[in-house]
Design a protein around this ligand. Structure first.
Ligand code: GAL
Length: 411
């Protein structure tokens, strides 16, 4: 009996000794499952930069609902850089700009929620945001609690003023802080692909930017005087077409907020939207809803294209072929369907004469195939919303400069 007591005592001492200093386990990792299809919404930056205010945001939320955008799936209203005052308060908390948001941020968030929408804010992993407002560096847990208390649903987290900071660590810390604060908040990483976020972002965030900023043009590079560039939408697609296997449900390659309805013409806007759908990119509108034309609205709310983007397989498409500027992009969809986009990259019109039988599709990254010698697919034109024959015959059509035709193949 004595022996037994002694060994029990020793056992418990050893156990306590072993566990000492190691009793607290930090819960890590993002909130899982918040973005099983690419997030859809609106962000203030592309049109308004830091010129944002309560009235404009409320009007945007109202139109999101009244225009049919919300019904089409757009549900996040995200305020980008410029929502804060220049200094934290005496407790070290962030301060929403009282001039831009006289009613207070919480009231605005409640308003957006009351419309059945979700709300997002922006900050930066660095000491200051890109526009010079207080950054989160060193205040991760405090800021996460601030966001949870405000009841936001989405946080975009940028990468300015981060000299000497390790990106996976900085984003990992904020992700853990959000988890600890307890409110499920979609975490949107924005390190521009500088440290190849797609290699390390999956346990940390639900989506991540893969490039520098978008510019409202088809294929241009806009060089800023401060020695950085913004990119036309096809530049971003081309730059990141080869990292498709890193994207998928709850960990999306984010091709940036859209420029649909900004400075391009309707044809280019249509191609821009089609490519964002083909790439399974988040669909975050960046235009002024209060001035939106009916053409822009029709592009952004095209149900068939949105279904391609939101397909539950969540696979980023790829370029199947390119001949003299006539490109064919394909995306495997659930139920053996495929989306196919013919894109005219050139400045002149093109004739499409596509022989399916000579162009089998093989997706080596995800293991899907379509052999048109074995299977005949019905074709649906997704912009015209009508049947367009089958893959038994060549697909023929005229395609204007910078235009697209997007079709769905149904076995
Ligand atoms: C950039 C970011 C943009 C926008 C801007 C705000 O770094 O890529 O999308 O958020 O900062 O200053």
């Amino acid at each position: 009996m004595k022996k037994l007591l002694l060994s029990l005592l020793l056992g418990s001492m050893t156990f306590q000794g072993f566990s000492q200093g190691n009793v607290y386990k930090q819960e890590t990792g993002k909130f899982e499952g918040l973005a099983m299809t690419p997030p859809m919404g609106w962000n203030s930056w592309n049109t308004f930069a830091t010129n944002i205010d309560e009235k404009m945001v409320k009007e945007t939320a109202d139109i999101m609902v009244s225009s049919g955008m919300a019904a089409a799936g757009y549900n996040y209203i995200v305020l980008d850089d410029g929502w804060m005052a220049k200094e934290r308060d005496s407790n070290g908390d962030l301060v929403p700009d009282p001039v831009k948001f006289p009613g207070g941020m919480k009231a605005l968030i409640d308003y957006v929620h009351s419309k059945g929408l979700k709300f997002g804010l922006y900050n930066c992993a660095g000491t200051k945001t890109c526009a010079g407002y207080p950054g989160t560096r060193g205040c991760e847990y405090q800021d996460a609690r601030f966001y949870a208390k405000l009841e936001i649903d989405f946080l975009k987290y940028d990468w300015c003023n981060t000299a000497g900071i390790n990106a996976p660590e900085a984003y990992g810390t904020m992700s853990n802080a959000l988890k600890k604060a307890g409110r499920p908040i979609v975490f949107s990483l924005c390190e521009w692909g500088d440290t190849q976020v797609w290699n390390w972002g999956k346990p940390i965030g639900n989506l991540w930017r893969i490039s520098g900023d978008i510019y409202p043009c088809f294929d241009c590079e806009y060089k800023h005087p401060e020695n950085w560039s913004s990119w036309g939408f096809m530049k971003i697609v081309e730059m990141r077409k080869d990292i498709r296997k890193f994207s998928g449900p709850d960990h999306w390659n984010d091709f940036d907020m859209m420029e649909v309805g900004n400075e391009m013409n309707d044809t280019e806007d249509k191609s821009h939207f089609a490519m964002w759908c083909m790439m399974a990119s988040p669909l975050i509108a960046g235009n002024d809803f209060r001035k939106m034309s009916k053409e822009t609205l029709a592009i952004l709310t095209n149900k068939e294209l949105i279904a391609v983007n939101q397909d539950k397989l969540g696979i980023q498409g790829f370029k199947l072929s390119a001949e003299e500027g006539l490109e064919v992009w394909v995306k495997p969809l659930s139920d053996g369907n495929w989306a196919v986009t013919f894109l005219n990259r050139t400045d002149a019109p093109k004739k499409i004469n596509f022989d399916w039988k000579k162009n089998p599709i093989k997706d080596v990254d995800f293991g899907f195939e379509a052999d048109f010698n074995k299977t005949v697919f019905k074709i649906k034109d997704l912009w015209k919303n009508k049947e367009a024959g089958t893959t038994k015959k060549n697909f023929t059509a005229d395609l204007a400069s910078h235009d697209v035709i997007t079709i769905r193949l149904i076995p």
